[in-house]
Structure formats: C-alpha cells, structure tokens
Design a protein around this ligand. Structure first.
Ligand SMILES: [Zn+2]
Ligand SMILES: [Zn+2]
Length: 306
C-alpha cells in the first residue's frame, strides 16, 4: 500500500502548493481523499499511468476540498471503463455532483454512485479491507476516514505438517483454508498445529478540517500512516479554534495518543511559505517525534510490519 500527497495546502491553491488531497493505492485499487481546485494537475504531474480511481472520499463540502472533482471525473472518462466510480461524503455531496454533471454537461462514460454519510459507518469494503468514516467537528459536517486491512492468516509450516504425517498435496490446502484433516496415521491435525499466528493488517487514516477532539485519536489508533491537518502554529491557536481547525501541535498530540507509526501534516494555512513550515514541524515533533511535513507529490510507502 502506498500514499501520494497530491496537495498539502488549505483554503486556496498557491503557485507552489496544491490543495489538500491524497491518493492511496492498494492492490491495484486507487482511492482519492478530497479533490480541490487543481488536484488533477498534481495527479498528472505524478505521471502515474493509472487513471481508474475506484472511489473518492470527501471530508466535507468546502470548496477547497471538492472543486476539483468535476475535473477528476472528466479525466476518468478519457479511458474505457465499466467499473463504477464511488463517491462518498457528507450531505450535499450528491447534490453537488449531480448539479455539476447537469450544468456542465459532463461526458461521463461510466456509472457514478454517490453515497452520503450521515453517521459513523463502514462506507466501502473490498477484499481484505474496509474504509470507515467517523465524525470530525468543523464549521460544516465533516468526516475523517480510516482504511483498515483484516488480519492475514499466519504462515503455513510445511515441515510441521510433514512431521504430523500430512503429506504434501490437497490436504495442505485444506489446512491453509482453516479445515482440519486426517493424517496418514489416522490422527486429526488442526490448522492451529501447522499455521503460525495471524498477522495484523495495515491501517491508513485521513483527518482534516476539524477542531481538536480527543475522539480522533481513538479512531486513528495504531495507524501505520496518519495524514492529519496541522494548519496553524501555536501563536494563532485561538484563531484555529475559532475557525474550527487544528494546530500542528494538536496533530502531534493525536499521533502520540493514537500510537501511530508515522504522521504527515497537511492543509497548511496559506499564511505560511514553505520556509515558515519548519515551525509547524518542530511544534508537532515536540509531541510526536515521527511527525513530518508533507509536500506536494510526496510518496509514502506503507509496508507490512510482520
Ligand atoms: Zn479546508
Ligand atoms: Zn473546511
């Protein structure tokens, strides 16, 4: 699994900073988290050959998170596809997508399925993983997302199977699929006798445009990668609270409390130039040392740990 930060800015795109958006790739599936103005430019600059985004997850319907979606949808229509594009987001997302399609007479050659999120729930599922939405607290309804993989079965131990008189062949397959078998000596051999401990899956979390609320740490607990809003420095924490945004330090606190492996900050206020961002980094790192500043088109690998 890998994540590409398409943009890391908040409010408005800048000549050197696209708006907050993350592309996640897992086993050939592509998931896009938010898409403000210019997201397709950043996507193109990555020069990836993949055009079939499977699903788009929208945090909320503020312009800096959604005005790029019509462009992304038109880009997706440049290749043949029969698979639907799923779009998830808080109320109004369906109206926004429908109206854009109608008013702009968009040519879309594939089904678009929009689902509005009204309560915390699993919004999207696939083979071995699910994506869940959970509430954030912003000036309008806003949600965060986690992608969690199911545990993987432990490794099969062929030597142990042979020692228990289960010969190589179809019986091994049965054991690997959780069935008990009868060995050549008539004894029963269970999967637990020949399979190692199950291994945990990976977790990715995306959080932006919210007040600091302690429940976020619970939702993103144990993430391998947390992408989190760190919009302001400590000296304007009051303004952050008023506008219902988070400081870099609060992003660090969430990462620390959630015991995540790595945290990348996004949605920087346009008041900070790239040079000014160092202060956000140091304040976040005072709480969580593995905090990093994301940059446009930064790539994160999210490997299995065991
Ligand atoms: Zn925003
Ligand atoms: Zn917002």
């Amino acid at each position: 699994m890998e994540a590409f930060v398409l943009g890391c800015g908040g409010m408005m795109p800048l000549p050197y900073r696209h708006l907050t958006s993350v592309l996640l790739r897992r086993d050939g599936d592509l998931f896009l988290f938010d898409g403000g103005e210019g997201t397709q430019v950043s996507l193109r600059r990555l020069n990836l050959k993949w055009k079939k985004i499977n699903a788009i997850f929208v945090s909320h319907t503020h312009a800096d998170h959604v005005t790029g979606l019509p462009g992304i949808m038109m880009l997706s229509a440049q290749v043949d596809r029969t698979e639907p594009l799923y779009i998830y987001g808080p109320p109004k997302i369906a109206e926004y997508i429908e109206t854009s399609r109608k008013v702009l007479d968009m040519y879309i050659n594939y089904p678009v399925i929009v689902k509005e999120i009204t309560a915390p729930c699993v919004v999207h599922e696939g083979d071995g993983f699910y994506i869940r939405a959970f509430p954030l607290q912003h000036t309008k309804t806003c949600v965060g997302y986690t992608l969690e993989e199911l545990d993987r079965p432990g490794e099969f131990n062929p030597e142990q199977a042979k020692a228990l008189n289960v010969p190589c062949g179809p019986l091994w397959g049965k054991l690997q699929h959780g069935q008990s078998v009868t060995a050549t000596d008539g004894t029963t051999v269970t999967p637990e006798q020949v399979m190692g401990k199950s291994r945990s899956g990976r977790k990715f979390s995306y959080v932006t445009d919210t007040l600091y609320i302690p429940s976020i740490a619970k939702e993103v607990q144990g993430s391998d990668l947390l992408i989190c809003e760190g919009m302001f420095a400590d000296d304007v924490a009051d303004q952050a609270r008023e506008k219902k945004h988070m400081t870099a330090r609060q992003a660090g606190i969430i990462a620390r409390d959630a015991h995540v492996r790595k945290m990348g900050m996004i949605h920087y206020s346009p008041r900070y130039t790239d040079n000014d961002l160092e202060v956000l980094k140091s304040q976040a790192q005072e709480e969580f040392k593995d905090a990093v500043l994301t940059k446009d088109r930064m790539h994160f690998d999210i490997p299995y740990i065991d």
